[in-house]
Design a protein around this ligand. Structure first.
Ligand code: SF4
Length: 311
């Protein structure tokens, strides 16, 4: 796995891994956008709290890494590499052997080794074992010797006719002999309560929409694998639903564009604020956001009505 891929998964470990606000976050593609784009995680940010979207996407404020998020990264890396092995070599033992080298690479990423520095050093062994348990649980859900993925950690993107660029990373894409498409996503947390199911399916519908628009095939199955308990959530979208979903994304994008125009990103205090790294800058918690970075927004390709200083 390349450093870029590792960066992707560090920030994209899923709600069960990173806490609800840590749902799939900035992808590597988003850290250097060719032009503004929408990913499932950024759309979810804006729907949850427009100010959070601003802090993450426009201000690009740093956020602390969490052990849960990094463990999600580690497990995703192992499951991706498992499929580099020949089918009959994809055993639990072989997967466990992938954990240590993946951790050796991951620990070089900024902010990762610090999670186990000083007095916390003794926690590392147990933490790695917990990652191994999640990997083992995967084998209860699927038999990797029988799966031939077409894509892993695949960047999918499409530009809709109105110019909206949708992009995201899919954990795994399987294509059956008859051409049926399956989109698979690994979550290192547990199966969400109903309220979260919609959020998880939002991400999967996003991928299904992009794949439909790029391949002309509606995915036969969206499959979410929850490794904490070995649960599986599956869903079969249809064309009409994806069309409705596309309209939803366009509406979200229009609202984001309007907010960028005016710099008006309002906080929306919600039950996920406890996981937010930006409370100190949030009016809902007595803070004051920094001035809207109009230059940064313009440089990233946004249209803003706010004055941009030309240096
Ligand atoms: S703390 Fe503020 S910025 Fe963060 S999610 Fe809550 S309302 Fe939004």
């Amino acid at each position: 796995m390349t450093t870029t891929e590792l960066q992707r998964t560090v920030t994209d470990a899923g709600p069960g891994a990173a806490g609800p606000l840590g749902e799939p976050r900035a992808t590597s593609a988003e850290t250097g956008p060719r032009r503004p784009s929408l990913s499932p995680s950024r759309a979810a940010d804006f729907r949850t709290c427009p100010l959070l979207y601003r802090f993450r996407t426009i201000d690009r404020l740093p956020e602390k890494k969490s052990r849960a998020a990094v463990r999600g990264t580690l497990v995703h890396t192992v499951l991706e590499r498992l499929y580099d092995l020949p089918p009959d070599g994809r055993t639990v033992a072989a997967a466990q052997e992938l954990v240590a080298p993946a951790w050796a690479e991951l620990s070089q990423e900024p902010g990762v080794a610090e999670l186990f520095a000083g007095e916390a050093a003794g926690d590392l062994e147990g933490w790695l074992a917990s990652a191994g348990t999640l990997v083992e649980t995967y084998f209860r859900v699927e038999d990797p010797t029988r799966i031939r993925p077409e894509g892993r950690e695949e960047l999918v993107e499409v530009t809709l006719p109105d110019g909206l660029l949708l992009r995201g990373f899919v954990d795994r894409v399987d294509v059956a002999r008859n051409g049926a498409l399956r989109v698979v996503d690994y979550k290192t947390g547990g199966m969400p309560r109903e309220a979260f199911e919609g959020k998880a399916l939002f991400q999967m519908k996003f991928y299904a929409l992009v794949l439909w628009r790029t391949r002309g095939v509606v995915a036969a199955q969206l499959k979410l694998i929850y490794l904490k308990d070995g649960d599986v959530l599956t869903y079969a979208p249809d064309e009409a639903e994806l069309l409705r979903f596309e309209r939803t994304l366009k509406a979200i994008w229009a609202a984001i564009a309007q907010a960028v125009q005016t710099g008006d990103f309002r906080p929306n205090k919600n039950r996920l604020c406890g996981w937010c790294d930006h409370q100190a800058l949030c009016p809902s918690f007595g803070g004051t956001p920094p001035p809207f970075p109009a230059e940064a927004a313009a440089a990233a390709g946004w249209r803003t009505a706010l004055p941009v200083t030309v240096v």
